[in-house]
Design a binder for this molecule. Structure first.
Ligand code: NDP
Ligand SMILES: O=C(O)C1=N[C@H](C(=O)O)C[C@H](O)C1
Length: 284
């Protein structure tokens, strides 16, 4: 069964929608396909460009060919060609790809919705710098459920600031290239902030051998990779005599694609600045 990419959260069709011209990077990727289908089904968006990495088998193909449609938009490797008609780029690729795309977005005044994960601190700082010139929404997870979960974690961490060991467990499909997931790291950051700690100082990424007893000030991470798991995250607050588990499980990538389109709509009112899904969803 194919996953639906339109939900009741799409904009109302009662008035003529303002069309947003959207380019998709990583057009032949797992998220690229979801996004092209979602843009095609959105009454207020039009596919205006499709990018993939040079050497990809997809270059030259019609962006909607995988759906059995002709969109008239070819997948190209040349960034200026792919972005010239676009108002906003949605980018779910790899950090080095996103950075190259952003440089051209800045040059052409194209906004960006970034879902890519695995950025270095230096790359994040460069994105913040670019956002002084163009509007960017960047989030490691664009599902509504995960962003609500982040709020729950903030509350739970404040309420259980002592006496509870905090462990973050994430599971993803066998094709994922970065670990821990961007979402798991964001969960760690939210919890560390709530506890007045810096995640850089308290994160423990995996354990092996004679580790000694657990340091209560740490936040542990565990990563599972296998099969077609879309994305599961569980945060464990383990005390003596009880434990709480806060979990989110994705069963479809449609939620990420719909979140990206909400971000496209949110950005239409912005000239510049760096935003996240809390801004888009009004959760700040
Ligand atoms: N924020 C969110 O809500 C979500 C974020 N993600 C993140 O999005 C990213 C993509 O995920 P997914 O779609 O599963 O990955 P895929 O590997 O399926 O797709 C990545 C796409 O980007 C292309 N690509 C690879 N390297 C580069 C590069 N250097 N420059 C330009 N394009 C490149 C790939 O081309 P080719 O196949 O030819 O290599 C492919 O088309 C990951 O970082 C993932 O963690 C995923 C889901 C949700
Ligand atoms: O690569 C994925 O698939 C996903 N990546 C994001 C992450 O790293 O958190 C979001 C989601 O979990 C799916």
């Amino acid at each position: 069964m194919t996953e639906p990419t339109t939900t009741s959260s799409s904009v109302s069709s009662s008035s003529a929608p303002v069309l947003r011209r959207v380019a998709i990077a990583g057009a032949s990727g797992r998220m690229g396909h979801m996004l092209i289908e979602a843009v095609r089904n959105a009454p207020d968006c039009r596919l205006a460009g499709a990018l993939d990495i040079a050497g990809s088998d997809a270059i030259g193909a019609d962006a909607a060919a995988f759906l059995g449609f002709t969109s008239g938009v070819p997948i190209v490797a040349d960034l200026r060609t792919g972005l010239q008609d676009a108002q906003v780029l949605i980018d779910f690729t790899r950090p080095e790809g996103t950075m190259a795309h952003l440089a051209v977005c800045r040059e052409l005044g194209v906004q960006a919705v970034i879902g890519t994960t695995g950025f270095s601190d230096a790359q994040k700082a460069e994105i913040a710098e670019i956002a002084k010139d163009i509007a960017i929404m960047m989030a490691p997870n664009m599902s509504v459920g995960v962003n609500v979960t982040l709020k729950l974690l903030d509350m739970a961490a404040r309420a259980m600031s002592t006496g509870y060991d905090i462990e973050i467990v994430e599971a993803h499909h066998r094709f994922k290239v970065d670990a821990p997931s961007g979402t798991a790291l964001k969960m760690g950051e939210v919890i560390a902030d709530a506890l007045g700690r810096d995640l850089k100082d308290c994160a423990v990424y995996g354990r092996e051998g004679i580790t000694g007893e657990r340091d209560p000030s740490t936040i542990g991470f565990a990563t599972i990779r296998g099969g077609d798991i879309v994305g599961d995250h569980t945060v464990l607050f383990a005390g003596i005599g009880e434990r709480i588990e806060i979990s989110h499980k994705s069963s479809s990538r449609v939620t990420y694609a719909q979140g990206a389109l909400r971000a496209v709509r949110f950005l239409s009112g912005q000239r510049n600045g760096l935003f996240d899904m809390f801004d888009v969803l009004g959760l700040r």
